[in-house]
Design a protein around this ligand. Structure first.
Ligand code: PEP
Length: 248
């Protein structure tokens, strides 16, 4: 299985910037062994999808509502994302858990909705600074996996320690080794054999300088990249450090 390098553009990108970034990622993607994905804001999905059409760079949403349609002002559903050509959708990002009240059960329902619409959910988990300094990182992530994954989950997990997101602080190699091994064990415990095949991304201040070390840790199936994904050269630099094949 190839490593997945996913760019989360968050709430960034007016039309001209998003188009320029998508074109630069597309044009630099030739010869990259990893699977590439960009997740623009919802307003730019259609335009970016047209730019990426026929290229190896996939399109993803940043969240989806748990319902397929209905009276949910301002929300975007999984079928709407699929309709625009998305292949993946991020759910349970810590920013949405914190600011939109998306607790584990809602994230689980979003993952179910994504799968029902033919999308691959990327479910984010990760402990806060407080939880890590209290020695509760393993327990926290274990509970998040238990609460956020549907029983028949066949998507992607992103381990994103909250204290490493957008801060320039990266987890140490040891932290990544320990947490990814734990997440793999937990996936197999909860899902059985299919748990071996779930890609586990690392996210949190990944950049072209630290990518090779992070991406070579066992059970790291790729990276979820925020800030550095807004710079095509940095995003492609991370992707070049990725592995063509990772263990299943
Ligand atoms: C993220 O928000 O998913 C993320 C990993 O951000 P950053 O790379 O900026 O830390």
């Amino acid at each position: 299985m190839r490593q997945l390098i996913a760019g989360n553009w968050k709430m960034n990108g007016l039309a001209a910037e998003a188009a320029a970034l998508a074109e630069a990622v597309r044009d630099g993607s030739a010869g990259i062994a990893a699977e590439l994905l960009v997740c623009p804001p919802a307003t730019q999905l259609a335009a970016v999808g047209r730019i990426l059409a026929g290229s190896p760079v996939g399109l993803g949403g940043q969240t989806c509502h748990q319902d397929a349609a209905g009276a949910h002002t301002g929300d975007v559903s999984a079928p709407m994302l699929a309709d625009l050509g998305c292949r993946y959708v991020i759910v349970g990002h810590s920013e949405r858990r914190a600011s939109c009240g998306e607790i584990d059960e809602i994230v689980r329902q979003q993952a179910v909705a994504a799968t029902a619409a033919g999308l691959i959910p990327i479910v984010c988990v990760g402990e806060s600074d407080e939880q890590r300094s209290g020695g509760q990182e393993v327990e926290t992530v274990g509970w998040q996996i238990e609460g956020s994954l549907p029983k028949d989950f066949a998507g992607v997990i992103a381990y994103e320690p909250v204290w490493a997101i957008g801060t320039g602080r990266t987890a140490t190699e040891n932290d990544v080794v320990q947490m990814h091994a734990f997440i793999r064990e937990e996936l197999v415990r909860q899902l059985g054999d299919p748990g071996h095949r779930v890609r586990i991304l690392y996210g949190g201040s990944v950049n072209p300088n630290n990518a090779a070390a992070i991406l070579s840790v066992p059970h790291v199936g790729g990276a979820l990249v925020g800030g550095a994904s807004l710079d095509a050269a940095a995003f492609l630099g991370i992707a070049k450090a990725a592995q063509a094949t990772v263990e299943e």
